[in-house]
Design a protein around this ligand. Structure first.
Ligand code: ZN
Length: 383
């Protein structure tokens, strides 16, 4: 079967197994079933409601690991979808469904690449290949890849080169790979005042009026720390709320949410101290609640990045840009354990949206790029 039809068929099967975080929906069992005959030893590292699958073929180095997730975000308004989100309908050259682009298409492409290489048997491998998949990437991401890596590291197994299948392409398959991701820090500031009647302001203390300077100060936070690989650290206010609903009441408090996307030049402790100081200098009666931090990562080395770039160029004729933009990914856990991490996958235009879809021809090409990367990295019969 061709790369395109095999990958589309398996991606469809995975989409039809609905798996909203942390439910795996049986996807890992399907994947393990496909990998076992190819010589992979499969293991599960489940934790609470989260399923984690680790499948490794061989023990030698170099060791290449595909990292991915089978969980998907909720469908939202089911009636707004052109096709039922778990039907995996093909139309106009696209495979439609929740998870098609993020990232069941990539997972299917990884598996079919393995099948084309190892399916015929007798492949002579100089290194080893593994897949590490979780059902908790879109959620808390605590019991997922992070947990599985802890288990592997505890038994002395460290990942060396990791290719994450997140949808990194922007306009055209292969135009962008990622070699790092910014960190994310979210805070909730509550500014306290004294509630009262708008006609008796001398008896109240209006936290909205007091927060004007705070909003200005936060909006003007400017780190100017771009370093050629990472863009500037930025802060955005995402929610602002005060008021009890009545027009004649001065509210007693104001709540403000903000998020900082930060480069590895910064760290969460330093940023928190900076924001605390900014609030203290304004002499506000306030408190800040911090959400758990997502650390940034910057991939070490460039061996895998070079191989992925040349595989993309060989298969697609595109020279990929090396980016660190976008949201967070599980790549950070692998990078923290010392592996070189590169992310490459399909177009991200429809991820997390209604009518998520992936180009069927891109699925075949993606699988061919993955195949070439495996062959370049670990096969003794290199192309
Ligand atoms: Zn994803």
């Amino acid at each position: 079967m061709s790369a395109i039809s095999a990958t589309t068929e398996f991606a469809s099967e995975l989409i039809q197994h609905a798996s909203v975080t942390p439910d795996d929906g049986g996807c890992h069992a399907l994947i393990a079933e496909r990998l076992a005959p190819l010589g992979f030893i499969t293991e599960t590292f489940d934790c609470g409601d989260v399923s984690n699958l680790y499948a490794r073929r061989g023990t030698a180095e170099p060791h290449l690991t595909f990292i991915g997730h089978t969980d998907v975000v909720p469908v939202g308004n089911m009636d707004a979808w052109r096709f039922p989100p778990f039907s995996a309908t093909q139309a106009d050259g696209y495979l439609h469904g929740r998870g098609a682009a993020d990232m069941k298409g990539s997972v299917a492409a990884m598996v079919t690449a393995c099948e084309r290489i190892f399916g015929k048997g007798g492949n002579n491998c100089a290194g080893s290949l593994s897949l590490l998949l979780t059902s908790d990437e879109e959620g808390e991401a605590i019991d997922g890849t992070r947990y599985a890596l802890e288990q592997l590291n505890a038994r002395g197994e460290n990942l060396q080169y990791c290719l994450v299948g997140e949808p990194t392409s922007e306009q055209k398959l292969g135009d962008t790979i990622k070699i790092g991701r910014r960190g994310s820090l979210t805070g909730l500031i509550t500014v306290h005042g004294i509630q009262g009647h708008v006609a008796y302001p001398h008896l109240a203390d209006n936290p909205v009026h007091r927060s004007g300077a705070l909003i200005t100060a936060l909006a003007n936070c400017n780190w100017n720390d771009a370093d050629g690989v990472f863009p500037d650290t930025t802060l955005q206010i995402s929610n602002l709320h005060a008021g009890v609903g009545a027009e004649n009441v001065i509210p007693g408090e104001l709540e403000l949410n903000f998020n900082i996307r930060f480069s590895p030049v910064q760290n969460a402790t330093g940023l928190k101290a900076q924001i605390e100081k900014l609030c203290a200098d304004l002499e506000l009666d306030y408190e800040i609640d911090w959400s758990p931090v997502t650390d940034p990562y910057r991939s070490v080395g460039s061996h895998l990045a070079t191989i992925v770039s040349s595989a993309v160029f060989a298969e697609l004729g595109v020279e990929p840009a090396r980016s660190t933009a976008g949201g967070t990914s599980d790549g950070r856990f692998a990078a923290a354990s010392g592996a070189e991490v590169v992310e490459f996958g399909p177009l991200n235009a429809t991820i997390h949206q209604v009518d998520e879809c992936v180009s069927i021809s891109d699925l075949g090409k993606l699988s061919q790029v993955y195949q070439r990367v495996i062959e370049q990295m670990i096969s003794a019969n290199q192309k």
